[in-house]
Ligand binder design. Sequence first.
Ligand code: NAG
Ligand code: NAG
Ligand code: NAG
Ligand code: NAG
Length: 393
Amino acid sequence: MKLFLLFTFLTTAYADIACPSGFTLVLDKCLKVIPNPLTHTKAEVDCTYLGGTLAAVYSAINKTWLGLFCFSEQNSSSCYHDDNSGTASVYNNFAPGYPLINGIYGGCVYMSTEGSLAGKWVSMNCKAETLPFVCEVPSTIYDPTCTHNYDGYCYYPSTELKTTQAKFSNAQSICQQEFNGNLASIHSKRENDYFVSLFRKIRYADNILLGAQELLPDTFSWNDGSNYADFDNRNPLDTGSKGCLVLVSSTGLWERVDCSFERVFLCKRPLSETTTPTPIAELVTSNPSDFSNCNTTFLMAPGVITSYGYLSLSADTTYCTWRIVTLGAYRIRLSFVDFNSPNPVYVYDEYGKRTDRISSGTCVISPTNIMNVTFQNSGIAGYRGFRAVAQPY
Ligand SMILES: *[C@@H]1O[C@H](CO)[C@@H](O)[C@H](O)[C@H]1NC(C)=O
Ligand SMILES: *[C@@H]1O[C@H](CO)[C@@H](O)[C@H](O)[C@H]1NC(C)=O
Ligand SMILES: *[C@@H]1O[C@H](CO)[C@@H](O)[C@H](O)[C@H]1NC(C)=O
Ligand SMILES: *[C@@H]1O[C@H](CO)[C@@H](O)[C@H](O)[C@H]1NC(C)=O
């Protein structure tokens, strides 16, 4: 009887919720089992392709990857969910002693569904074994008239409309008049991935017009009135000065373009009340006037690092290290937007191997979701130092 009531409650509460095609609604989650075994890293990449993240579910498969990554030994508060929903400190079911990260172990987590470890979580090296996995995308609101339904919004790619390419002002009025929507805004890495997926098979659609405009110098705003500061995925090395933005599907980054040029575009309409996006973890620096994030052991991308005393031109000799991490198996793109020092910046992968020596404005991409960076101020007066922007990639 209790079970029946619970079931009725759940069906009522989730009556309007729906999933994008290919996904199945399981309570409030939209899931897709991918039985083809892959390493954790490859599974994440495949799931990202669908605008999703790895999910935790109990299913008929023996072992399954969880969408969780741990950064430190025996500390479940250092295990972050890929979907930005926080850490595993509140609820987790690690086998005794886990998570174990160092040596033969690793930061990826799987769950066994049988034997003595049934239901228990175990951490291991992300590339050591191939397992089946479950991909999760945000649930959305049921609307049979909407073909591209994702996370509470309906999307209309121009490649499926009469006018496949238009300049900014025309594209915006098509979205308003024909769909009661706006040119699309983007508020998360997942939504950015979904956006790219809608144009993936279209050869001429590498640059997709976004619904943002530069209203004040270097200050962009979304046409639909949503908050631009939520998620800014502009390429920090883009030196253009034009007033519109496109999403470059080959890199996933946004670049400035001329508003009067005709391009493919995407319209977006809310299906009803939408949830507020989760805020980005705040950075804490010991000196409130210092934005270097010097010696942070854990800088969650997106974020900014600079040399200590950046722009001061003083003869400083401070040494700094940064450990930059990102959720799931997204890689990190570190763009040096300013570089002025006789000393280089060194970049290391998560295994301590030096991958780059930076001595000019450039960008580097980490092979995994962890990157270490070191820099020694030269002690010679007259140099600005450097500033670099870290983004999930
Ligand atoms: C689970 O593993 C056992 C062997 O350990 C195997 O016999 C069984 O078929 C597997 N079940 C599934 C659903 O893969
Ligand atoms: C566990 O990790 C969290 C997050 O990184 C950190 O704040 C905390 O101090 C760690 N706890 C221990 C006991 O190391
Ligand atoms: C960062 O750490 C290094 C070595 O651990 C230390 O020498 C340096 O003074 C630290 N920098 C700052 C700004 O605290
Ligand atoms: C990366 O940096 C952290 C702290 O900044 C340090 O504890 C760790 O040993 C470094 N790892 C490698 C591989 O250099």
